[in-house]
Design a protein around this ligand. Sequence first.
Ligand code: FVH
Length: 296
Amino acid sequence: MTDNTVTKRPLTLLGLGDMGTALARTWLAAGHPLTVWNRTAAKAEALAAEGAAIAASPAEAVAANGLVVLCLLDDASVGSVLDGIDLTGKDLVDLTTGTPAEGRKRAAWAEARGARFVDGGIMGTPVMIGAPASGAYVFYSGSRALFDTHRAALEVPAGARFVGEDPGHAALHDVALLSGMYGLFAGISHAFALIEGEDIAPKDLAPLLSEWLGAMGFFVAAAADRLTSGDFTTGVVSNLAMQVAASGTLLRTAEEQGVSAELIGPYLELMRRRLAEDPAAHAGEDTAGAITLLKR
Ligand code: FVH
């Protein structure tokens, strides 16, 4: 066949917010027949001109295709949109951000209604969707059979990384990466606050900070190795006792500059707690040892 529109898998998309609209455009541009529904109908109508079929209700949208993608605000909105709809034989791909427990519960809920289910965690913003060079991708977990069946369609908006059959693991990967990102943002925010009011332009600090954070990126793999081996001391070059002592300088500098330590304080306190737990055992450790204190 030469006509792309009949060779590409048809699908339904529920939810046309910023992300849903970006996803929809990539499937339409790639020639996938697409049925859409959105609570606020005006957002769906805008896509009709680009070739989307507009469903009058979620039930009509779900009935239109075997593959049904959800991109709604939260798991509660997924529950309310799909409430009472026949899902027998459907393949549900839920790209709505949620927790691991929500992903597992939603998978069991869908399977009890005769559907296959895959949860997804989108690592990218709407402008990164449909732009392969942006590096955007989606974590998927749940039914491997569903993922394999629809992989080609799922890879249209962004890369696809399947992280296992536990339906909670896409959300867990998503939130782990976002949590790392917010920790980074917290440190960057504190750094810029320190120079505020000084004769140092943020744009002059920016490349230095960026370069330094890049150089410190080694900590990700190093921490993983130490957590895997349980060895927090071999080959340590910046030991915990030294870092706890140095943390006083960071806190006093914040005080001198009139900057709240609310962002960096908790991490410095975690290092201090790890050392205080057993100074003789932990003084020579890498800071990765402090990670072990976090699990409740
Ligand atoms: N935008 C982003 O940068 C991030 C990137 C990573 C992934 N997230 C998640 O993607 C989900 C959707 O995000 P979004 O950016 O499209 O969000 P909004 O533009 O706010 O659109 C929300 C859509 O959800 C609909 N909706 C909300 N509540 C209900 C409900 N009770 N019943 C039915 N639909 C509902 C809303 O409809 P409307 O307001 O247009 O009528 C939008 O379609 C999200 O999980 C992000 O965390 C995005």
